[in-house]
Design a protein around this ligand. Structure first.
Ligand code: FPP
Length: 238
C-alpha cells in the first residue's frame, strides 16, 4: 500500500497522532442494492470490511477503534434485517475471537447490549472476559447504542454520587477507559452523527467518505489518518 504511508507506523510509531478513531459504517444496503442483492449481503460484506480495518488498526498505531454496529434506533428496521445483523454478530464473535486473543485486541461494548438475545449476551460476555487483559488495541462495538441515552445514564450516575461535573459525567460514559476520540469517520456520503458519540465527538475531527462501507479498506482508513494529520486542532483556542 503506497497511500498515506507517511502518516503511518513504519515500526517506529505513528506520526498521525490519532489514538482513537470511530466509524459510522454506512452504506451496506446501497452496496447490495447496486448489485441487485438482498441487504443481508451488504451487511455480510460489511463484516469483511470490519475485519480488515480492525486488523490494520494496530499497524497504523491506533490504540482504540469504535464501530457503530447497531444503534438504539435500528430496532425500527424490519425483523428479518435485525435478525441478519444479530446473526452476523454471532458469526463475527465465533470466527474472530481467537484472533483478538492472539493479537492482543481488547473487546469492549458500548450500549445496552444486555437486552439482546440471551445466547448473544453470553457470547459477548465470554468474549469480553477472554480479551479483558489484552492491551494492544481496544475494539469497541456499539450495540443498542444511542449517545443521548448514554449521556442521560452518565449524568444520572454522576448525580447519584453528588458530583455533576464534566469530569464526573465523562467518567460514567461507556468510553471512560478509552483514549479521547480523535477522528470520526462516516462512510457512504451521509454527513451527520446519527446519535453516535455525541459527547466524545466534542473536539473530534470529522471525515466523510463517499465510499460505501463494504468497499471501505485499510487504504481508506490510512487516507483519513493522513487528512487528520494535516489538520490543526485548536480545541477552541487560537
Ligand atoms: C448501515 O448501513 C450499517 C448498519 C446499520 C450496520 C452496520 C453493521 C455491520 C457493518 C455488520 C456488523 C458489524 C460487526 C462489528 C460484526 P445501511 O444498512 O443503513 O445502509 P444504507 O444506508 O445503504 O441502506
Amino acid at each position: 500500500m503506497t497511500l498515506a504511508v507517511s502518516a503511518l507506523d513504519d515500526g517506529g510509531g505513528a506520526t498521525h497522532g490519532a489514538r482513537h478513531v470511530a466509524i459510522i459504517m454506512d452504506g451496506n444496503g446501497r452496496w447490495a442494492k447496486k448489485r441487485h442483492l438482498p441487504r443481508a449481503f451488504g451487511h455480510k460484506k460489511g463484516v469483511e470490511a470490519v475485519r480488515e480495518v480492525v486488523r490494520a488498526a494496530r499497524g497504523m498505531g491506533l490504540e482504540a477503534m469504535t464501530l457503530y454496529a447497531f444503534s438504539s434506533e435500528n430496532w425500527r428496521r424490519p425483523e428479518d434485517e435485525i435478525n441478519d445483523l444479530m446473526g452476523l454478530m454471532r458469526t463475527f464473535i465465533r470466527s474472530d475471537l481467537a484472533e483478538f486473543v492472539a493479537n492482543d485486541v481488547r473487546l469492549h461494548i458500548i450500549g445496552d447490549y444486555r437486552v439482546l438475545a440471551p445466547d448473544l449476551v453470553a457470547m459477548i460476555d465470554d468474549a469480553l472476559a477472554k480479551t479483558a487483559h489484552n492491551r494492544g488495541t481496544t475494539l469497541a462495538i456499539a450495540l443498542n447504542y444511542g449517545a443521548q441515552q448514554e449521556i442521560v445514564f452518565a449524568a444520572r450516575a454522576a448525580a447519584v454520587k453528588g458530583d455533576i461535573t464534566l469530569e464526573a459525567i465523562e467518567a460514567e460514559l461507556y468510553t471512560a477507559d478509552m483514549p479521547p476520540l480523535d477522528l470520526l469517520i462516516r462512510t457512504s456520503g451521509e454527513e451527520r452523527l446519527s446519535n453516535f458519540l455525541l459527547w466524545q465527538a466534542a473536539y473530534a475531527e470529522l471525515w466523510f467518505s463517499e465510499v460505501l462501507w463494504p468497499d471501505f479498506t485499510p487504504a481508506h482508513l490510512a487516507q483519513a489518518l493522513e487528512a487528520f494529520a494535516a489538520r490543526e486542532r485548536r480545541y477552541g483556542g487560537r
